[in-house]
Design a protein around this ligand. Structure first.
Ligand code: GLA
Length: 515
């Protein structure tokens, strides 16, 4: 029990008099909910909960996001209220931005607006109980057993996802336009198939508990039919938690029902994002496996082929077997990628050591592509595409497919690099050498050739070398042909090595074949 309530209850018990409701209600002290409409006007709200306590003109308390609270401090003078969060230094970086609140309090009524990063948000303020600020109680999870392989995703899935470019703004028209552009740009011919709607499509539930899309998506079945009419497949997003990461409706308590709804709509791919389930359950391997198994089984019970994408940011080493056992076709191995070199470089190169845990039908997913979103140079985007392909990572584009430059198209649709990613006989990438900023990776391919990536992670152009002695045993003593997969032509080898200048943050991708 919170201190204020404890004090009030203690007093009312000790004094043997009922607590006068009107007296407490006319006070600022208590729990409040600020319901701010989401900016895209989709008919949903973002709820912010807080506890306020007043001592004279001072106000303090906490902003409450379930188990997580951030202290707030402020003032109330002549009915005018100001307060702001005071995130502790230990708060995650994305929670460190202070939020300020301004409002008025009179006759028990509170009005508030909230300012984050210079933007003001206004909404209804309701008095709530402490319980309303807390997560629901844990529901029982299924006993662990292995979900059979669904036979999908024999090569890493390729497609498009709305989050990186559109985030909360994606709507039905955008998704149709992306399906059109996927075909007209040549992306579908290059192998990109899935059009995936990420977070913020949800409204809530109808009286029967069925998930209902918000105003941005008037008819999911019709949308899926449209995507299918283009020869493409459609993906959707949910969370096992009560709320998604953007705080929209999750599948908590409705796992089977939601899987059935997706199948009815004609969904072919589900990204299932842990988000608020972390506030309810522990994040050890067994608990996470049970959480993901529940949806894995529910999807299979629909008898519709649905690719199952686990998104739990690599917690409990999902690649070590339990991701596959829960029915997963791919699993995120890291936190969210950002459209900059530092983020892409750190994520991409950290994946080599776990590349061997992938296999057909079950892929490591270092997050979606940022190619074409504008935050990196063309060389950096070529590195992004090459590295993801060397890793056999899913290639899920995250840009606006309607307005791709020729350079972006040449990167996302390079058939020779895509062929490395999609090699039909998966064998993992290994590091050949790491010399200063030059990192050389190699991956054997189904036809006996090998892919070699010479990466320059440094901030000046540098010479990179691949020594033929590093090739697998079958190559030794043979003449080789070497093809540059970005220049689309052969290169000649001098003596026992290939040396070339690799641009800043760039890559030279080779395919080497024994003659
Ligand atoms: C998490 C995921 C992202 C995206 C957002 C949506 O951060 O990791 O890929 O799906 O949620 O809210």
């Amino acid at each position: 029990m919170r201190p204020l309530i404890r004090a009030l209850v203690a007093c009312s018990v000790a004094c043997c008099i009922p607590l006068p409701l009107a007296a407490t209600q006319s006070k600022l002290d208590g729990y409040w909910e600020l319901r701010v409409p989401n900016p895209s006007g989709d008919g949903t709200f973002r709820d912010t909960y807080f506890q306020l306590l007043r001592h004279g003109g001072d106000v303090h308390g906490a902003l409450i996001r379930w188990h997580y609270t951030i202290p707030i401090v402020g003032t109330l003078h002549h009915g005018v209220l100001h307060f702001a969060t005071q995130p502790p230094a230990s708060a995650p970086r994305w929670r460190q931005k202070p939020i300020t609140f301004d409002g008025a309090f009179s006759h028990g009524k509170l009005s508030l607006s909230m300012e984050i990063g210079g933007r003001a948000y206004r909404g209804d303020v309701l008095r709530v109980t402490e319980d309303a600020t807390q997560p629901p109680k844990p529901l029982p999870l299924p006993a662990l057993h292995d979900v059979p392989d669904n036979g999908l995703a024999r090569t890493p899935p390729m497609g498009w996802n709305s989050w990186n470019k559109f985030a909360g703004k994606v709507d039905d028209a955008d998704v149709r336009a992306m399906a059109d552009a996927m075909v007209s740009s040549g992306m579908s011919k290059a192998g990109y198939t899935y059009i995936n709607i990420d977070d913020t499509w949800e409204l809530g539930r109808d009286a029967a508990g069925n998930i209902v899309p918000n105003k941005k998506f008037p008819d999911m079945k019709a949308l899926a039919d449209y995507v299918h009419s283009k020869g493409l497949k459609m993906g959707i997003y949910s969370s096992p938690g009560p709320k998604t990461c953007a705080l929209y409706e999750g599948s908590y308590g409705h796992v089977r029902q939601d899987a059935e709804t997706y199948a009815k709509w004609g969904i072919d791919y589900l990204k299932y994002d842990l988000c608020t389930d972390l506030d309810i359950y522990k994040d050890d391997a067994a608990t996470l496996q049970a959480i993901y198994q529940e949806m894995g089984e529910a999807l299979q019970a629909t008898h519709r082929p649905i690719v199952y994408s686990l998104c739990e940011y690599g917690r409990a080493e999902v690649w070590r077997g339990w991701g596959e056992k829960s029915g997963g076709n791919l699993w995120r191995t890291t936190g969210d990628i950002q459209d900059n070199w530092k983020s892409m470089d750190a994520i991409g190169f950290s994946q080599i050591k776990i590349a061997g845990y992938a296999k057909p039908g079950h892929w490591n997913d270092p997050d979606m592509l940022e190619i074409g979103n504008g935050g990196m140079t063309a060389d950096e985007y070529r590195t992004h595409m090459s590295l993801w392909s060397m890793l056999a990572a899913p290639l899920i584009a995250g840009n606006d497919l309607r307005s791709m430059s020729n350079e972006t198209k040449s990167i996302l649709m390079n058939p020779e690099v895509i062929a490395i990613d999609q090699d039909p006989r998966f064998m993992p990438v290994t590091e050949v050498s790491h010399d200063g900023e030059i990192e050389v990776l190699m991956r054997p391919l189904h036809d006996g050739s090998v892919a070699v990536g010479i990466f320059n992670r440094g901030s000046v152009p540098a010479a990179g070398t691949f020594r033929l002695a590093s090739l697998p045993a079958g190559f030794q003593g043979k003449r080789v042909s070497v093809r540059d997969l970005w220049r689309h032509g052969g290169v000649s080898i001098h003596k026992d090595r290939y040396t070339t200048t690799v641009p800043t943050h760039g890559v030279v991708m080779l395919r080497i074949t024994a003659d």
